[in-house]
Write a protein that binds this ligand. Sequence first.
Ligand code: CO8
Length: 289
Amino acid sequence: MAALCRGVLRVAVHGCRYGPGMFREFSSGPSYQYILVERRGQSQNVGFIQLNRPKALNALCDGLMTEINQALDSFELDPQIGAIVITGGEKAFAAGADIKEMQNRTFQECYGGSFLSHWNRVSTVKKPVIAAVNGFALGGGCELAMMCDIIYAGEKAQFGQPEILLGTIPGAGGTQRLTRAVGKSMAMEMVLTGDRISAQEAKAAGLVSKVYPVDKVVDEAVTCGEKIAKNSKLIVSMAKEAVNGAFELSLSEGNRLEKRLFHSTFATDDRKEGMTAFVEKRKANFVDQ
Ligand code: CO8
């Protein structure tokens, strides 16, 4: 199998893998041990990252998170890519931070070494990121999904913050993003009991935007990514920044940010093109300028 990725030819040896769990990009791209990285969509404009540590239910070890960051960095720099999809496997999106890796950590190591401080890269990417979740999204797995901009869930997905059962608490935004997404009562219940919620409950609570059959959710996420990627990448980033402002700012500050960004769109070629195309009854040809 060969696929084009970021302009370089990727060759998969042994059915998608290079060595044990390795996917190698030729010529100059990085090799990944814990994730698969490719382009998806008809125009190959959706960056696709699949967590690929199935034996450990995609537990988020340090190396896996570092690789996700590398893949995100390269998609962020790639002018062809208009959206990114992150997914896992059928049984697990990710069953949380790697407990075996954390088991013998001390407070001094965690605090002094800023343990897992590189975990929030997903939430700082300018391009939209869509999580396609099948199976378990637990602990850091649920937090990873919540760092994404849109969550699509497969019918059998389960979301939870079970850290309390391990004698700890969420550490990558779980108490904050979950509470904003589902409200205080449900967030408290999940964080304090460790109970999981189903895809359907997650949809009803507003944690996920759509639920699809297990075998459809990844394709649907890519389709959503393609739809986003057809718009101006510049304006999409501004829209994303404005929506994210709603989580950080007061209403008046958020509205001010939105207005500034709205005004800023009038400094772009794409705003002019979009409105001109509408008036001329033709499809807009955005140039991301
Ligand atoms: N870490 C390491 N290994 C794991 C993890 C994990 N989180 N989850 C599963 N595995 C491993 C198992 O140990 C097992 O390995 P092995 O075959 O070598 O024994 C393999 O995956 C399969 O797991 P199970 O046999 O347990 O599979 P089941 O189908 O019976 O159960 C469950 C699936 C329910 C998902 C179960 O595996 C489970 O409860 N996993 C742990 C879930 C959990 O507690 N997650 C939270 C972890 S803590 C966390 O995420 C904190 C994040 C803080 C971030 C801080 C950033 C600064």
